[in-house]
Every structure is written in C-alpha cells, then in structure tokens.
Design a protein around this ligand. Sequence first.
Ligand code: G2I
Length: 468
Amino acid sequence: MIRKRTRTRAGGGTPAHGRLRAVLGATTTALLTVTALAALPQTTAHAAGTLGAAAAEKGRYFGAAVAANHLGEAQYAATLNREFSSVTPENEMKWDAVEPNRGSFSFSRADQIVNHARSQGMDVRGHTLVWHSQLPGWVSGLGASDLRSAMNNHITQVMTHYKGEIHSWDVVNEAFQDGGSGARRSSPFQDKLGNGFIEEAFRTARATDPAAKLCYNDYNTDGVNAKSNAVYDMVKDFKSRGVPIDCVGFQSHFNPNSPVPSDYRANLQRFADLGVDVQITELDIEGSGQAQATNYGNVVRACLAVTRCTGITVWGIPDKYSWRSSGTPLLFDDNYNKKPAYDAALSALGGTTDPDDPDDPDDPGTPGAGCTATYTTAEQWGSGYNGKVTITAGSSPITGWSVDVTMTSPQKVLSVWNGSPTWDSSGNVMTVRPSWNGSLAAGASTSFGFTVSGGASPPPQVGACTAS
Ligand code: G2I
C-alpha cells in the first residue's frame, strides 16, 4: 500500500484532505478552471541553488523520471532529493507494470516511487494510463466491448489507488501518428474503439479523480507541425464540447535530427490559449557542452515565458540511466556531476550554482544555515487560493522547523495540511510547525499547504524559516 497523506500539489488540483475536500466541495468547478500557477514574491532575495527551489520561485515544478530500481543507489537518491520537486515513474505505472494480467493489479514498484517522492515532499506525475506501448498481450487480444470495459477498469483502478497523490496524469499517451497525415496512430484502442476512445478515457479519468489534472501527452508535437496541429484540433474540440482535459504534455525528446524547434514557445502558447496547462514532460536533449547547455536554457526560458507552462520534467537523472544514454541527453553525468546543461537550466530558472553568501542566514549553501522557506501559490480561484511553503534544510540535518505566515484581513486560513498551525491574537499570523515532517536530512525538503478564503490576493507574507 502507498502511504496516504494530505498534501499540496505542484501541478494543481486539490489535496486529498478530508476537511479540505469538504470545504472546497463547492469550489471544485472554480478550482478546475484555475487559469495557471501564479508566480509570487518569494521570501528569499538571493538566487536558489537547486532546480526544484529555483523553479518553485517561478511558481513551477522541476521534475525527473525515476526508476524504482535505482532508488537504493545513494548518489541517485541524494541527487533526486536535492534537485527535484516532482517525480514521474519512468515505467512503473505503465499498463504492463500495474495490470500484467486482467484484473490483477500490482502496484508495489510504483508505490515505492510514490512513497519515496512523498517522503521528500515531492509531487508525482502519473504516466501513463492508456498507451499502445508497454501494453500486455491480453489487452490487444480483446474484442471491442471487452476492451472498452478493460480500459475503463484500468483507469478507474489505477487512479483510485493513487487518488490524491498525483498532480497530473498522462491519461492518453501518443495517440497520433508521426508525419504529415495528422491521423490517429493504429493501436488496439484506436482500431477497435475508434477516435472516441480518447474522449472516453478522459471522462472516466475525471469521474475517478476529479482533483487530478488530466493531460494528453505526445512527442514530435513540440513545434507547430501536422502532428501538433492534429492534437491542437482535438484539444480545441474537447474544450468546446466540455470533454474534461486540463493539460497537454510535450515530451520534448530532442537530438540533432529533431532539434528544439524555433517555434517551441509559440507552440506551447497556442495550446495554453485553448485554456489548458502545458507541461514539458520528458525533456532530454542529446549533445554535450555549450551547445546542449544552450538548448536546455532555451527550453526552460520557453516554459517560463508561457504563464500556463506549469512545470518541466527531465527524462532521467544521470546520463547512464537514460533510455538513450549514448546521446548523453541529461543534466548529470554518469558520476552525478552537474553538466553545463545543468548550469544553463538552473540559470534560466533564475538560480545559481554558486549561491554561497556568508551574510545570508537563509542561504542553503551556508554551513549550518538551518532552513529556508519558499512560497508558491499552487492554485488560485475567484475568492481564495491554496498556498504551498517548501522548507529546505541547509547543509546540516534538522529535527524541526517553524515559519510565520501572515494573511491580510479579511483573508482567513480554512485549512492547513502537512503542518501544524498556532495563531497570534490578531488571527492573521499563523506559526506553522511540522506535523509529521520535522526531520530533514541536509539539503532535503518538505512542504506544507493551506487554503485561504476571503480574497485571491494579496499573497501571504512568509517569514524566515527557523530550524531546530
Ligand atoms: O521512449 C521514451 C519515452 C517516450 N515517451 C513515453 C515514455 O514512456 C517513454 O519512456 C521509455 C522509457 O524511458 C524506457 O525505459 O519507454 C520505453 C519503452 O517504450 C522504456 O524502455 C523499456 C525497455 O524497452 C524495456 O526493454 C525494459 O524492460 O524499459 C523497460 C524497463 O526497464
């Protein structure tokens, strides 16, 4: 079993918190129509020193695809925990992994990743529910009506198991053909159920976990071309008919034959303009040195230029574990050294690899610094918002922390999760201490969240983090 816990989410959606759910019940529609993650003023003036912290300062997540079998490797886990704020299981949530035989579900490897991520305060992207690849043979053998119920059952069972744990799901992956036809790809789903299988999958997904963002995910759709036009038309049609879709994932696997398109940002923007979030979901860029670094910087800047680009996931951590390791497409080399591409990505996010400032007690790079608190707004709606504060330990482990969060009257905090609040006499200042998440290894992060009513602005003032 995965550990069920309340949480705030990097990619949007409501936390699976009983009290909060009750409070927010009436606002579900408003939450689902939230326009974007907001980038808000931060508590720290200096540049952040990790990808996750720097992205958080821009109101976004920075994630990595993770393989369960590497989690036991100390350097792998340390790099993951230090740098990333979101995790995508690389293979462990795919159909062949979770339902190898009909009706027989096996979540242990995916749970391992989700539990690791949650214990580190990271969010999780779900990948993927309906895909023609890594599909067990029994699925392809079914007739149409059996296939329809197997697809809906698969979505329902998997999403129910992870309900409240996943910020965004790739509901359907890679359903369009490459090349200029703009046609759907042949697959058991397409061939037996027709075009309507995509819509049906999204409707089933929404009914199962209304708080998760539902994404369509594909590759070679990163620039304006026949394939991305076909996806665009589908999303536009879904939005006009009220078919539930919240986001489009752009895999962004680049190499010299398939470089970062010059209209990458414009393409992300045109999808965002349809009223969906966009996410960079599987970024890797073959190459090395400055050329690779420049490409990474350009991709990060493109996401930051699009308000509804809510986060970036790179498809692995060190080059040696990439699905195409010979192209050295990732941010860390085989020994987990940061590559020039890392520096370029961090710097494009507004961070710096050399954050040491001896005068700054909040500086994570300063020995014995204690902890830092970084604020983002996870969701906003007409009359309120969900705030998230990420606590990161400095270069020494800590066993507790506290942060003051000040609201502006008539704003009121309705609910707090992953933290324990006390209030001052004015009722405007809450001091939040850990509920279960007080002990952090050096450089590790956790987060707490809260729902505010009585006005979507101004954002709260978040004071300095005090460690114990
Ligand atoms: O192919 C790159 C990605 C394209 N978009 C969808 C992603 O889900 C996909 O990920 C890759 C994984 O990175 C690979 O790790 O999907 C591949 C399968 O289509 C994954 O490769 C498979 C190998 O083909 C299997 O032999 C192996 O058993 O990984 C499996 C688990 O290690």
